[in-house]
Design a binder for this molecule. Sequence first.
Ligand code: GTP
Ligand code: MG
Length: 638
Amino acid sequence: MLMTVSCKSVIVGTAGHIDHGKSALVEALTGTHPDRLEEEKRRGITIDLGFAFLEENGVHFGFVDVPGHERFVSNMLAGATGIDVLLLVIAADESIKPQTREHFDICRLLGVQRGVVALTKSDLVDSDTLELVRLEAEEYLRGSFLENAPVIPVSSKTRAGLEELKKALHAAAGNATVKDASRYFRLPIDRAFAMKGFGSVVTGTLISGSVGAGDEVELFPDGERLRVRGLHSGGKAVERAVPGQRTAVNLAGIEHTALKRGMVLATPGKFRKTRRIDVQLELLASARKMKQGTPVHFHTGTAETIAEVFFHGPRELPPGGRAFANLKLRNEILLLPGDRFIVRQFSPVVTIGGGAILDPLARRPMLRDTGRIAYLETLGRGNREEILAAMTERAILGLGYEEIVARMAWMDSEIRATAKILSGAGRIKTVSAEPLVLVSDKIFAEVRKRILERVEQFQKENPLLPGIPREDLRASLGKRVRGETFRAALEELVSQKRLATAGELVKKAGSEITLQPEEAKAKGQIEAAFAAAGLQVPSVKEVLVKLAIEAKRAERLLQILLREKILVRVSPELIFHSGALAQLKERLAGFKKSNGERISVPVFKELTGITRKYAIPLLEYLDRERVTRRAGDDRVIL
Ligand SMILES: Nc1nc2c(ncn2[C@@H]2O[C@H](COP(=O)(O)OP(=O)(O)OP(=O)(O)O)[C@@H](O)[C@H]2O)c(=O)[nH]1
Ligand SMILES: [Mg+2]
């Protein structure tokens, strides 16, 4: 799909203490007051998220305005997802207050990388106070991602400083990395409602990929597949929405009451919701030390649940510390690597830390999984080759394509290119290209070794059998070896001329059946018995009972003679010597020369001197061999 993006799309999120003038500033910048609710207007505070748009100088700004009240931090968190540029609001008459700090911590933990500081209500203070607040702000932000951010005094009342603020927002927008429209689509839902004449509509900040009218999307965590009926992006109806925009999606086939904040729309059929995640966790310096098993409020995207924290390393995390942790979530959520989250204490409810998802599909930590920390370190470093190598190594059953996508959200080209590099370097083995299945070199070598051992053992135990049936060999390796791995390993052993296959049988290359003296003798006796009988063949049983070896071995010798085509099975009961059959064919050829091509069953019996019991199966055999062809009651000699 071709897309022309005329405008850069950037999400600006406000943050700051209650009553510091965030909403008024958004209105002063965009002309839209973001407070929508009756209660907000009555109380003069923001309760839930508000939105406004501004298109200027080739940049499309989507503003997300958050509430400053400490009771509504969870709403603020839902809005903080997907922020490209932070607009940190500090009122000049109050300076830094608790939610200034909390909101700022949240934005830092969520990985926001740039922003602008607005000193609002500059009309209420004198220039000395303004300078003091500026110094306090700069001091507070030192060492953080806003260390060099512009600090701009503004007044929504007098409009002083607004032009300068806009310039600063443009500069920040210019530096913002564009979210990738070519990746998988994901939209965390922050509102769901019904619109007359349209049906269900959800809104959110499009954080990745793109979505178009007519697309099918998957709703998480419910798993329903829904069709996109129409779209609004940045406040306008569009055919396709690209990331970095506030997006409204009109969905077919679902009641708006079944949709709510915290759910996610995503590319269908790729991802899995999860309840166990491995994360990099950071505890704020202001927090109390965290103990093993601590329950916390867990916020990610627009979702919120409760989590219990289990550390992979030391069982306790000091304030300001970082650790690898396994989180057990109360509700299932869609999470992907790199997603950020915030944790808040139970009581009092304050933000105590946050971090990034490393493995969204983790399991309960197990003591015997000693490689887990090293694996998480690898995930944390983010080198795709190292990650895929480590993932493959940990996948005893082999690693399939779908698993890689669900765990890492990598694109097809990324997966194939990485697998190719690792295969080329001999670090992993691609046992199937379509669908892609990878196994570690170690596991592949192990499977090859076990196959060889099995075949050798089988041939030792069954010297008269030509090989082990492929399916039996496969089954003998157990369920932990997948079909693709088995096939690739067998193929490699055959191409290395260590094993050979004959039809469905697998044997050691170059191996021949070696007979014991008494077996060789018995084999000769069987052949002689059939050779001497000509077309008046004895029953198999009759021949075998006369031998000096037991029935099972005798039966195998018969099989060998059949395989060597010395004997030929003409019907389930009748076996002939190949010499006798060759003679018969010659006699028929002679008959054709002197009597013509037609021969009846009675004449055939006469010619061969055999009874009907033998004549019919023999003729049917000759038909199959295309020596004769049936024509009514007669045969035509071909
Ligand atoms: N004098 C003056 N008053 C302002 C200015 N900006 C906002 N105010 C006033 O300050 C009060 C709070 O402004 P809001 O914009 O609602 O503050 P807020 O940060 O959005 O508050 P919450 O959303 O509840 O956290 C309102 O009465 C505004 O009129 C300003 O620049 N100058
Ligand atoms: Mg407000």
